[in-house]
Design a binder for this molecule. Structure first.
Ligand code: SF4
Length: 440
């Protein structure tokens, strides 16, 4: 793929397609009308959006539906339980909007829209500050969700924030401006890290992004040392970083932040090595790196997309080649389309270990597999045989209860376990680690 006609590409906005257009696109490109019908049905429940870059430059349609980027972005009938799929299919066939709406609400409510108690447990509570667009789970880090950044250039089928993208107001976390963030930071000088997240903050115009980031340079906010920006733009819309005044202004903004002494970390969501094989993506990474920002990469390990050690090894090697530091291999969260994408923890550990063995030291920096669960970030270090039987060796990388961080503990081995809630303490001394999660 070459970098042709950049200005034209940059002027094109990513496009959303839905309904009949989605059905026709899938049917035409794959030659399979059934796949088109099923994608249309599933897209009633789970949000769907795809950029022209993903359609025209990333997906290998000759391999669809087994192409990993197709699996990553396009709906498939197995993303829903069979009874849920049948319910929606029936409602769509009836053609009555009220019936479809009712069926969709029923199914969405069954898909655990807010895993990890995010809405109830992590939102800052202050009498005079609206905390609804922030999360403060760990003492040193504040997550900020700008309202205009609560969408992405395309959507991942496994998105753990899918509920943000459907039109149910009480499922959204979003901040309407930077004032609540700056007031909260001024009251909490222990916060060293601000993470701008979404959605994807890079869907925002640069001027708006600057309205959140430039106040962090003001006197009194020196305690904010690190600014992280979570994005999948390199994979879904690299033209955001390549051409036109918006892209150039963004690079200048990042340069101002790094020149002022902030550690700027671009938290890149990279799921598959195919995302780094276009000239557009590689040039976008080079431009980002030129600003002085540190590039780090993370993604969940998921079925149908990257559930293979070779894929992860290739991905980590490509990241290192492009000056990106492999950072996290996550476990798919207990929400949305997990029946389709989820893997047993035992398999995730095997993939991680085998992938690690295939790369040199600089490629071995990703921590994993990691569950971002209600009590904290838990890494599964491996499977061990202890006196009481087989067990998962675990460690908190982050925890609500800070004194638990870094101490090894064990859970009973369960070949089917996919998430923290499926795990039980191996022995009495392990109970304190599970107490916070309620599954002791
Ligand atoms: S980039 Fe992140 S927030 Fe956006 S759809 Fe993918 S997983 Fe969800």
């Amino acid at each position: 793929m070459t970098l042709l006609d950049l200005d034209t590409r940059a002027a094109l906005a990513p496009r959303s397609i839905s309904g009949d257009r989605l059905r026709k696109l899938v049917a035409e490109r794959t030659g399979d009308p059934v796949l088109g019908h099923e994608a249309h049905v599933v897209s009633q429940v789970l949000p769907f959006k795809v950029s022209s870059y993903v359609i025209d430059e990333l997906i290998d349609w000759g391999r669809a539906p087994d192409d990993p980027i197709y699996r990553l972005t396009f709906p498939h009938r197995d993303m829903l339980e069979p009874e849920h799929f049948a319910l929606i299919e029936q409602a769509v066939a009836q053609g009555d909007r009220g019936t479809v709406r009712q069926a969709v609400d029923t199914v969405r409510a069954a898909l655990n829209p807010h895993p990890g108690d995010q809405l109830s447990m992590n939102v800052p509570q202050h009498d005079d500050i609206d905390g609804s667009g922030m999360q403060h789970k760990y003492s040193e880090t504040l997550l900020v969700f700008p309202r205009q950044g609560q969408t992405c250039h395309s959507y991942c089928g496994y998105c753990f924030r899918w509920a943000q993208f459907v039109d149910t107001p009480d499922l959204k976390m979003a901040m309407s401006g930077p004032e609540a963030m700056t007031r909260y930071l001024d009251l909490h000088p222990g916060i060293t890290d601000v993470l701008l997240t979404g959605g994807d903050p890079l869907v925002m115009r640069t001027e708006l992004l600057a309205s959140y980031l430039e106040p962090l340079l003001e006197p009194g906010r020196e305690h904010v040392e690190t600014i992280r920006i979570g994005t999948k733009a390199v994979s879904f819309w690299p033209y955001r970083l390549l051409a036109g005044p918006e892209a150039d202004d963004l690079l200048r903004l990042l340069e101002r932040l790094t020149a002022a002494g902030k550690h700027v970390a671009m938290m890149l969501h990279l799921s598959h090595v195919a995302e780094l094989q276009t000239d557009a993506a590689r040039t976008a990474l080079a431009r980002l790196a030129s600003t002085g920002a540190v590039l780090r990469a993370q993604a969940p390990v998921v079925r149908h997309v990257n559930d293979d050690p070779r894929t992860w090894a290739d991905l980590w090697q490509a990241q290192v080649r492009n000056r990106v530091v492999p950072y996290y291999m996550f476990v798919e969260r207990d929400t949305g389309a997990r029946p389709y994408f989820g893997l047993p923890l035992a398999r995730a550990v095997d993939i991680y270990r085998e992938a690690l063995q295939r790369v040199s030291g600089l490629g071995r920096t990703a921590r994993g597999p990691v569950m971002s669960a209600s009590p904290g970030k838990v890494v599964v270090d491996g499977v061990v045989d202890l006196d009481g039987g087989r067990a998962f060796a675990l460690r908190f990388l982050q925890a609500r209860q800070a004194d638990l961080v870094g101490k090894p503990f064990f859970a009973k081995y369960d070949e089917h376990a996919q998430w923290w809630d499926d795990l039980r303490p191996h022995g009495p001394r392990d109970r304190e680690f599970f107490g916070a999660g309620g599954n002791a």
